[in-house]
Design a protein around this ligand. Structure first.
Ligand code: SF4
Length: 463
């Protein structure tokens, strides 16, 4: 298919090929794993759940636990109440989690199962033990993407759990505690956000938090519920925080707005802190809302990033880039590429949302006004555009590697899913340190190709 991709572009309306997104429950399952002691539960057939677990496992290289309502033909006809009741009974009896986070699949959505009613009934029948919690999010995959599913589950956390105890503004200002909703980023990124906030002395609640859940050290013991994750108590208390920093319009804004509406916690909406400008904005927000100073160590990290940007400018300047992936990732990365004086020529996401095109066009308005920017598109379209106007480097998730191979274009893996490399498990992409790593990867990819193919007289020992 990839070798056969032609440069001739024909109009397509109802067909997506390599869509650069996956289904809603995958995002919901990942968000649920960021709750301490949580069992994600897939209300549908086993096949969906097995696919979602394995997709996450392949990205995080960790066993991903989740249970299923195990629909068969009977549930498809009569509804999934009996399956859900049996499932909750089994889950609490056998695995004893603190929380069960239910998400739906296409099948249970088409049937129209009423999940709140099922949870209420299970509570009344004593199936949910005292002190345990069941939350739910509707995640029909025939709309939205894994990005929507993530946002829906984080919003469900707020809807079910967050509470305002009626603290006055003065009391909140005295506490100066912030909520940080991190978006769909890796555990290494969440760990880095916490390191930055802790280093600045800001009090915060980060949720969901998959660090300490999906990046465990090897100690010879398996734990179904590792020590990490935001606790129910923390998410309850988020309703009393001074403000929420929502990182990512698509993944974090809905939960932040829900928190504002439900508990009166105002939200600051920021792009993901990837690259220089966006990390500056994140740190500025932490400083402003947290009422703290920026420590010298963070200033030094920033200075090292600036130094590297100036050293590597000769390699990055004017290079044409094709970027694809999740909208929040792509928005933040595009800003960083502009910071690096590169030319994001093709910028796409498979997810839907007009904000994507609006925000990217704002970022590129001066530097690349003629960039091709599209939401709800696919890698097939991107490949055709590249055939017509080649780029110097492709940045995207693992699925972009086929285009890179066929067109012999350097490729930098970035975002979800990364199924064939390991670095994202250990090294963050956010913050100044993450920006340094991204720069190193882009520069290595460009120079590797140059050195493989250049004439002998241009094959330099030193760069
Ligand atoms: S698209 Fe729907 S049916 Fe397919 S795996 Fe996802 S939830 Fe299941």
């Amino acid at each position: 298919m990839l070798d056969g991709t032609t440069a001739t572009i024909k109009p397509r309306e109802a067909l997506r090929i390599n869509p650069a997104k996956t289904c809603q429950p995958i995002g919901a399952m990942y968000a649920a794993l960021g709750l301490h002691g949580c069992m994600p539960h897939s209300h549908g057939s086993q096949g969906c759940c097995a696919y979602h677990r394995s997709h996450l496992t392949r990205h995080f290289k960790e066993p991903v636990v989740a249970t299923s309502s195990s629909f068969t033909e009977g549930a498809s006809v009569f509804g999934g109440l009996a399956n859900m009741t049996q499932a909750l009974n089994n889950i609490f009896t056998i695995y004893n989690p603190e929380v069960v986070a239910v998400h739906t699949t296409c099948l249970s959505e088409v049937i129209g199962d009423d999940i709140p009613m099922m949870i209420k009934k299970a509570t009344e029948e004593g199936i949910i033990p005292n002190g345990k919690v069941v939350i739910h999010a509707n995640t029909p995959s025939f709309v939205g993407s894994h990005v929507t599913g993530f946002a829906n589950m984080v919003t469900a956390m707020v809807k079910y759990l967050s509470e305002s105890t009626g603290l006055t503004q003065t009391q909140k200002e005295a506490n100066r505690r912030l909520n940080i909703i991190p978006g769909f980023i890796d555990p290494s990124d969440m760990r880095e956000l916490k390191r930055i906030a802790e280093g600045m002395g800001v009090g915060f609640i980060l949720f969901p938090d998959t660090s300490g859940v999906l990046d465990l050290p090897q100690d010879g013991h398996y734990r179904m519920f590792p020590g990490g994750g935001a606790t129910v108590e923390q998410i309850k208390a988020a309703g009393d925080s001074l403000a929420t920093l929502a990182l990512g319009h698509f993944t974090s804004r809905p939960a932040a707005e829900e928190l504002d509406e439900k508990c009166g916690v105002p939200a600051a909406l920021l792009d993901l802190p990837i690259g220089l400008t966006n990390t500056d904005r994140f740190i500025h927000a932490l400083r402003n809302y947290g009422g703290v100073d920026v420590p010298a160590t963070l200033g030094e990290e920033r200075g090292r990033l600036l130094d590297a940007m100036s050293d590597l400018h000769q390699y990055f300047h004017g290079k044409r880039v094709a970027v694809s992936g999740d909208p929040d990732h792509v928005i933040a990365l595009t800003q960083f590429l502009v910071d690096l004086d590169m030319q994001p020529a093709f910028v796409i996401t498979g997810s839907m949302g007009n904000h994507f095109e609006t925000r990217i066009r704002e970022i590129l308005a001066e530097q690349v006004p003629d960039a091709v920017v599209e939401q709800n598109t696919d890698l097939f379209a991107l490949h055709q555009w590249i055939k017509n106007k080649p780029v110097d480097v492709i940045i995207g998730n693992t699925y972009s590697k086929y285009i890179s191979r066929v067109e012999n274009i350097p490729f930098v893996r970035f975002g979800f899913p990364t199924l064939d490399r390991m670095g994202h498990r250990y090294f963050p992409s956010v913050g100044y340190m993450g920006a340094l790593r991204l720069m190193e990867k882009i520069n290595d990819a460009l120079l590797d190709k140059h050195e493989r193919e250049c004439a002998d007289e241009y094959f330099e020992l030193v760069h």
